[in-house]
Ligand binder design. Structure first.
Ligand code: URA
Length: 213
């Protein structure tokens, strides 16, 4: 067990101790740190190259991710892929993970509706996220949405004022703050959807600049 000096200044966290992402992934398969494992199919751990310089952090796996065991492979993941491509970011060179590693949902008939993870679940799961970051030591972290931002910087960092900015927290790699692609999927008005999508791609251009360095 070690104390994560480089996980968010907002709260000091203990994180998992492992030498590699594979070892961490193996440990996380049996995670019971919060109750979400009870109803989820499996732990959905991060994936990407061991030497990834960019880490993209989402909120939690969705229905598709829960079934396949892989992050960002459902509708939000497809949209993320398209926007990364438009921005010139190579997803294959990024490590993609989530603040929370189990799917949280409310059953509605045959469907499983996404339910937002609470602060306690995010904090408990930072045990894994902090360890992933300790091992990878990325040049840039990209937080998609409020839960990912909360997982790294706690309650003081707010998405709206920080969106599009690269924060330079103490003892932490720089963090690019942006929205979650599922936000775009929920917008009904086509013009607004287009505007927000352009803004998202423009945020992701900053990731491409890091990749080109
Ligand atoms: N939304 C997320 O935040 N993560 C996923 O893996 C899929 C959807």
């Amino acid at each position: 067990m070690n104390i994560a000096a480089n996980v968010g200044p907002a709260f000091t966290l203990e994180v998992a101790d492992a030498d590699s992402i594979d070892e961490l992934r193996h440990q996380a398969e049996g995670c019971t740190r919060c109750d979400l494992y009870r109803n989820a199919t499996q732990t959905v751990f991060g994936e990407g190259p061991n030497k990834a310089e960019i880490v993209i952090v989402g909120e939690q796996p969705g229905d598709r991710e829960d079934i396949t065991g892989r992050p960002f492979v459902g509708p939000a993941g497809h949209l993320l892929d398209h926007c990364l491509e438009e921005a010139g970011v190579d997803r294959q060179r990024c490590y993609v993970t989530n603040a929370v590693k189990h799917f949280k949902f409310t059953p509605r008939g045959k469907r499983r509706l996404h339910a937002k993870p609470n602060a306690g679940e995010i904090r408990r799961c930072a045990w894994w996220l902090g360890a992933e970051l300790n091992i990878l030591q990325p040049k840039l972290i990209v937080t998609l949405g409020a839960s990912a931002l909360y997982a790294l910087l706690g309650p003081k960092a707010k998405l709206t004022p920080e969106r599009g900015h690269i924060l330079q927290p103490r003892n932490h790699p720089p963090i690019l703050v942006t929205i979650h692609p599922s936000f775009l999927l929920r917008i009904r008005d086509e013009a607004e959807k287009h505007r927000q999508r352009q803004a998202f791609v423009s945020d992701l251009h900053k990731v491409a600049e890091f990749q080109q360095r």
